[in-house]
Design a protein around this ligand. Structure first.
Ligand code: ATP
Ligand code: MG
Length: 424
């Protein structure tokens, strides 16, 4: 029978990769705690309508990337393509948002039917953070300062660049859209197909086009900054002040608009050149209108999402994965001879009883000492424990250092267990 394979663009994370995933997740989690951010977990599936209403009908995601299906009741459901919509939905549903301030984070898989390539998958993972109830640029700054600290912890600071823009109030966006449409209409025939269509439906997204000819035409397009309203200008200046004070470098990119409809005022991306085309590792911005758009009471909001796979690719490409992540064991117990395996289990459990969370791998499945030692070496353990007939009879253990030239030595079991905390 033909073997069934994974779905294209949906990856298994194999045992040799999980340590770096956990390293990234644990680092982010510890950092969120340092900033008073609480974790929220949402379902992976939501009503299709939620994403249509929040992300916008005329976006890449809703037009062509969603995994949408009918469930057995005939309801239209969608595998979440991003986390913000579900986070707002959950926050509203449980009364977490109105008249309060909240800092929430989440992580998990997202689904988009895109063309799979390096850094772009159909199931991918995001770590996201959303803040509700804060109006000022202080919280925008805090989010950016937090991400900068994460890059620092991961050793990525020199490899990412912060791009910032303000896309203003709804009125400013409308005025700019009109100017942009006027300008681009002159070149309509030369725009790529998607952009031609977007001229009527979602002209801002044309700024995002990767088509070279469209890009060329855009060079002389009107700039957003000329249409920015005073309040947004002030907000942006405020944000820049915080960043300057924190010593965080940024590039103002007037073309930065973000792919989703719900953004306004601040938008930002952290971009790297070390991944080729898929260079954005973290993206976010302010979305003050979304909660109301989804039926809640008006609540200012700002957030971002990081692409976990892209960050891991960066860590690997730049050789920034700490080697110690791959250490999985402290002791590997080799046992040979009548009853030695029962003794091995006893020793292993005594080790695991210690308060230090000692990591012990017991050799299972028999075999000679030589074969067992090979496994011990592969296990990444610091020490092998050799248990043969002498050891069983005298209730001793022979400790053999695997990562140094020190000689092996034999100790009474009790003495050995007592000495373990000093050994590790
Ligand atoms: P892109 O322009 O690369 O398609 P996007 O604007 O669609 O990105 P967002 O919706 O802002 O991306 O998602 C936030 C982050 O999630 C991105 O910056 C990226 O790191 C990651 N991401 C988005 N789509 C994918 C994907 N298909 N595979 C892997 N990571 C992704
Ligand atoms: Mg995309």
């Amino acid at each position: 029978m033909a073997r069934i394979q994974a779905i294209r663009g949906m990856n298994d994370v194999l045992p040799e990769q999980t340590p770096v995933w956990r390293y990234l997740e644990d680092t982010a989690r510890a950092l969120f705690e340092q900033y008073g951010v609480e974790e929220i977990r949402m379902p992976i599936v939501e009503q299709t309508e939620l994403f249509k209403r929040s992300i916008g009908e005329v976006t890449d995601i809703v037009e062509k990337e969603m995994y949408t299906f009918e469930d057995r009741n005939g309801d239209s459901l969608t595998l979440r393509p991003e986390g913000t919509a579900g986070c707002v939905r959950a926050g509203e549903e449980h009364g977490l948002l109105f008249n309060q301030v909240r800092r929430l984070w989440y992580t998990g898989p997202m689904f988009r039917h895109e063309r799979p390539q390096k850094g772009r998958y159909r199931q991918f993972h995001q770590i996201g953070l959303e803040c509700f109830g804060f109006n000022g640029p202080d919280i925008d700054a805090e989010l950016i300062i937090l991400t900068a600290r994460l890059w620092q912890k991961l050793g990525l600071s020199e490899h990412v660049e912060l791009q910032l823009n303000s896309i203003g109030s709804a009125a400013a966006r409308q005025a700019y859209k009109n100017a942009l449409v006027d300008y681009l209409s002159q070149y309509k025939d030369q725009l790529d197909e998607d952009s031609q269509r977007r001229l009527d439906t979602n002209p801002l997204r044309i700024l995002d086009s990767k088509d070279p000819k469209t890009q060329e035409i855009l060079v002389k397009a009107p700039e957003f900054s000329d249409y920015l309203d005073d309040e947004s200008k002030e907000h942006f200046a405020g944000l820049c002040q915080y960043l300057d004070r924190a010593g965080i470098a940024y590039v103002v990119n007037p073309r930065l608009v973000r792919g989703l409809d719900y953004y306004g005022k601040t938008v930002f991306e952290w971009v790297t050149t070390s991944l080729g085309a898929q260079g954005t590792v973290c993206a976010g911005g302010r979305y003050d209108g979304l909660v109301e758009q989804l039926g809640g009471r008006s609540t200012p909001a700002v957030g971002f999402a990081m692409g976990v796979e892209r960050l891991i690719l960066m860590l690997e490409t730049l050789d920034l994965v700490p080697a110690s992540l791959h250490d999985r064991a402290d002791f590997y117990i080799c046992a040979l001879g009548e009853g030695s395996s029962l003794y091995a289990f006893e020793v292993a459990e005594l080790l695991r009883d210690l308060p230090q969370d000692v990591r012990v791998v017991t050799h299972c499945g028999g075999g000679g000492f030589k074969a067992q030692m090979k496994k011990a070496d592969k296990s990444t353990a610091t020490f092998a424990l050799l248990l043969g007939e002498d050891e069983i009879q005298q209730r001793t253990v022979t400790v053999k250092p695997l990562r140094s030239d020190q000689a092996q030595k034999t100790l009474p079991l009790d003495d050995f267990i007592k000495s373990v905390p000093q050994m590790l």
